[in-house]
Write a protein that binds this ligand. Structure first.
Ligand code: FAD
Ligand code: DLZ
Ligand code: SF4
Length: 522
């Protein structure tokens, strides 16, 4: 080990060779510290695949660094005297290595960053906290953009990011194709048998197998199955996954972005979020590859623009939004939603075929695609008035790509409108019609999507009006939604009563989930 080195802690979602804290460092003067810690693995009861993915990717990354000649001090979960948290492990590493300074890249999550900010006072050596420049928009750039704006509309942020990166921009400063956003071309319902090619699946190697055993042993009661662990766990594998997406699926990614098909879990989605979030893939490089696919005539503009928008638009915006509104965001509940999360979110036991299929995919793959998260699971959570804390815990626990910074704005802002309309201009509320139009779920469902009320009616139908009615005071003045109340008023009292009673009857059947699914007891 080097004498008085620089200690570089690398967190589980910082698995990038070009990380700011490694850039410019020399191998003979640096000790890299990586820590598997109990507190991170248990602050919610993460899906088993999520823990296995993070530990396996961390172990592979440490091995790659060592092969490249770096000194890595890797603390395993079961390592002797593991203190169970980042601060405790950095303290122990300082004792072991007596570094002259600690260089760490800021955490992506508020909770962890709070702990890191205490390090300069806690430790008897210099601590330098570096910005995470893997994101394209810095905290100060986002603040500058947000300053003085009443609405933080993603679309305007996205245009700035297009200009900044030059992606899909003409020399005259106008967007390629003349329009910034081609979303209206990206809403095709599924057509017949969808022929989406299978994404590459990665067989667990020895490192992953060992981690899977560890997870079964220590976290056996967490939600999720480990039977199909197929995630890329190294940069090489993640690149193979990206290659396959750009070669085989990006062409139809755009048009079928919002489509849902029973049992077809990936469709044309990239399935790259875990690799991007862990740092195995660079978001800008992916967007440049997408742009190249367009230039080479291999993918249409609506697919490429749609993909780029998700990354430099939504992903960057969501991260900026999180830091702008934290820590208050976590406790926002603008619609005063108080219902407990229903048990079926964990068991999948429901007759609603759409919900059951999304929960099955979540259980099997630690993944569901965006429109399933938004318009099925999210829409139900909104309409049923489930409290934002329970919903946040669920989404944070069950998806392999879930980190506070990205899960929370999507849940609190996008699906629940619990931020009072800071992120979305209106709630994404929809009746069964939407799901029927965009999926093949309804045709074999126990419920009838065309039935509006009473026995056998699709629950989304009465729940939609129940939601509108109970939130009238909060939503009526919203010009994007106000017209809906004229339809409601024209229905007449009998019909309205039918809707409200049907909804109440359905809500009464929901069994609240035990809190132990999501969290350990204190
Ligand atoms: P694709 O459909 O191929 O999209 C490409 C990429 O765009 C994704 O990999 C992702 O990096 C980015 N992206 C797309 N939409 C969003 C978005 N709304 N916010 C941020 N990035 C986006 N994504 C996460 O990475 N982690 C989460 O914890 C997470 N929680 C979500 C919770 C809810 C309620 C909703 C509605 C969405 C959430 N998303 C989250 C966003 C999105 O659903 C996933 O990024 C996407 O499903 C991942 O699959 P994919 O890689 O195939 O994405
Ligand atoms: C999610 C997670 C888990 C399960 N375990 C670890 C871990 O043991 N060590 C680690 O460095 N990171 C882990 N993570 C990710 C962290 O919870 C957190 O999301 C990141 O540090 C970013 O703040
Ligand atoms: Fe879902 Fe309703 Fe369709 Fe059944 S009928 S699949 S509950 S939208």
């Amino acid at each position: 080990m080097p004498d008085k080195p620089i200690l570089v802690p690398i967190l589980g979602d910082q698995l990038t060779r070009d990380l700011a804290s490694l850039r410019g460092r020399t191998k003979d003067d640096t000790v890299i510290l990586m820590m598997e810690v109990w507190d991170e693995a248990t602050y919610v009861k993460h899906h088993k695949q999520k823990i296995a993915l993070i530990f396996s990717a961390m172990r592979h990354f440490a091995a790659e660094l060592e092969d490249a000649g770096w000194t890595v001090d890797y603390v395993k979960l079961t390592g002797k005297d593991n203190s169970g948290n980042f601060t405790g492990e950095v303290a122990r590493a300082i004792e072991r290595h007596v570094p002259r300074a600690v260089h760490v890249v800021e955490a992506s999550e508020w909770r962890v960053q709070q702990a890191i900010e205490e390090w300069p006072d806690k430790f008897d050596c210099e601590v330098e906290i570096l910005p995470d420049d893997r994101f394209l928009c810095s905290h100060s750039e986002f603040e500058e953009w947000a300053e003085g704006r009443k609405h933080l509309t993603m679309e305007y942020f996205y245009r700035e990011m297009r200009k900044k990166t030059g992606l899909l921009m003409n020399d005259d400063g106008k967007p390629v194709g003349g329009e910034w956003n081609l979303d209206k071309e990206n809403r095709q319902p599924p057509k017949g048998e969808m022929d989406a090619p299978e994404r590459p699946k990665f067989e667990p190697d020895e490192i992953t197998k060992e981690v899977i055993e560890l997870v079964e042993d220590k976290f056996g009661d967490h939600f999720g199955s480990l039977e199909r662990f197929e995630w890329p766990v190294t940069r090489d594998e993640a690149e193979q996954a990206a290659d396959a997406f750009f070669a085989e699926r990006i062409e139809k990614f755009g048009p079928y972005q919002d489509a849902m098909v029973h049992g077809q879990d990936d469709l044309y989605h990239s399935m790259l979020s875990t690799s991007i979030n862990l740092g195995l893939l660079d978001p800008l490089e992916l967007c440049q590859r997408a742009e190249q696919a367009y230039k080479d005539g291999k993918a249409p503009l609506n697919s490429v623009e749609g993909f780029i928008r998700q990354i430099i638009g939504w992903r960057e915006y969501i991260r900026g939004f999180y830091w702008h509104f934290m820590p208050d965001l976590e406790s926002r509940n603008a619609l005063n939603a108080q219902r407990a999360l229903p048990e079926f979110y964990w068991t999948g036991e429901t007759d609603m075929r759409c919900m059951a299929d999304c929960i099955r995919s979540t259980h099997e793959n630690a993944h569901a695609h965006h429109i399933q998260r938004l318009m099925v699971l999210g829409n139900f959570s909104l309409l049923a008035g489930i409290n934002p804390r329970d919903v946040q815990d669920w989404y944070l626990a069950v998806y392999a790509d879930a980190f506070d910074w990205v899960e929370m704005p999507n849940v609190v802002g996008m699906i629940l409108y619990a931020d009072g309309g800071k992120l979305a201009t209106k709630p994404y509320a929809a009746s069964g019609n939407y799901i029927n139009k965009m999926s093949d779920y309804c045709k074999e469902c126990t419920y009838s999507v065309s039935k509006k009320t009473g026995e056998g009616a699709c629950p989304f139908n009465p729940l939609y009006w129940h939601f509108m009615d109970r939130n009238r005071n909060r939503l009526e003045s919203n010009h994007r939604i106000g017209r809906i109340y004229s339809t409601w008023d024209r229905m007449g009292e009998d019909k309205q009563r039918d809707y409200l009673e049907s909804a109440e009857k359905f809500l009464d059947t929901l069994t609240p989930a035990s809190k132990e699914w999501a969290r350990y007891e204190d």
